[in-house]
Write a protein that binds this ligand. Structure first.
Ligand code: ATP
Ligand code: MG
Length: 240
């Protein structure tokens, strides 16, 4: 069985989708088959970030309603061999339950070594955290940290117990000059989840994802995402 990982953005714009897309690329560059499934109904972004948006016909809503076969809603990304995307429905009125989505994720995990589910904070994501490894993505600022802790507590309420933190969009200079927290340990303690890695703010990859274009050279956040992917893949490398 492949590994399903639920990636939850603590607060809008924290870098949840960036992390899901980036980890998808990094894991597939390790030779793994990876499906990144966008679970943000009405607000999808993974299709654009991974360069498949102009080919879309079907999405996860069509699969769940029986309107198409699973393979019809899976699009290979040119960013890496073995990387695939399943887009979320564009229409907000399509409601998807955690149980239905869990069933789909279980089925998908028969075909891919990793299935990364990009989620907004909310009941759907908390419900999934009960069944799968979960990564909370939060920035190292007071608002995102507070939301990150709320997401952590909600996942725990839903019996999620394998919950990790990725600190995203990290800018070391800004972090210390703002003096909101004394150090990163305080950020980690306040969110409550164990740290899996830190992704720096990186205009180069941010712009590439905005344009849906692959990167030719490694940028600074790619190094960080590669290290997180290695740790997810069971390689024992230090955090820093
Ligand atoms: N590490 C980063 N460096 C530079 N830009 C980033 C980084 N992480 C995210 N961004 C940019 O910030 C914006 C918001 O990121 P993203 O869409 O990943 O956030 P999100 O948490 O998924 O938001 P939402 O909850 O609304 O889905 C995007 O334009 C993205 O490219
Ligand atoms: Mg997102």
């Amino acid at each position: 069985m492949g590994k399903v990982i639920v990636i939850i953005s603590s607060k809008g714009g924290s870098g949840g989708s960036f992390t899901a897309a980036g980890l998808g690329v990094s894991l597939s560059k390790r030779g793994k088959s990876v499906l990144v499934i966008d679970c943000c109904t009405g607000m999808r972004s993974i299709d654009l970030m991974l360069g498949v948006s102009d080919r879309l016909v079907f999405d996860s809503g069509d699969v769940l309603s029986g309107g198409c076969h699973i393979s019809d809603a899976v699009y290979p990304s040119d960013f890496a061999d073995g990387l695939y995307v399943m887009p979320a429905p564009l229409e907000e009125d399509i409601s998807v339950s955690a149980e239905n989505l869990k069933h789909l994720l279980d089925t998908l995990s028969d075909s891919y070594e990793y299935v990364l589910a990009d989620c907004h904070a909310g009941d759907l994501a908390y419900g999934l955290s009960r069944y799968f490894r979960t990564i909370i993505v939060a920035q190292a600022g007071p608002l995102s940290v507070r939301c990150g802790n709320r997401v952590f507590m909600k996942c725990r309420e839903h019996c999620g117990n394998d919950i990790r933190l990725v600190i995203s969009r990290f800018d070391e200079k800004g972090f210390f000059s703002s003096a909101c927290f004394s150090d990163l340990d305080e950020v980690i303690d306040k969110v409550g989840a164990r740290l899996l890695g830190i992704v720096p703010e990186d205009e180069v990859l941010g712009l590439a994802f905005e344009k849906g274009l692959p990167l030719k050279d490694k940028s600074k956040s790619v190094y960080a995402l590669d290290r997180i992917a290695a740790r997810i893949d069971g390689i024992d490398i230090p955090l820093f």
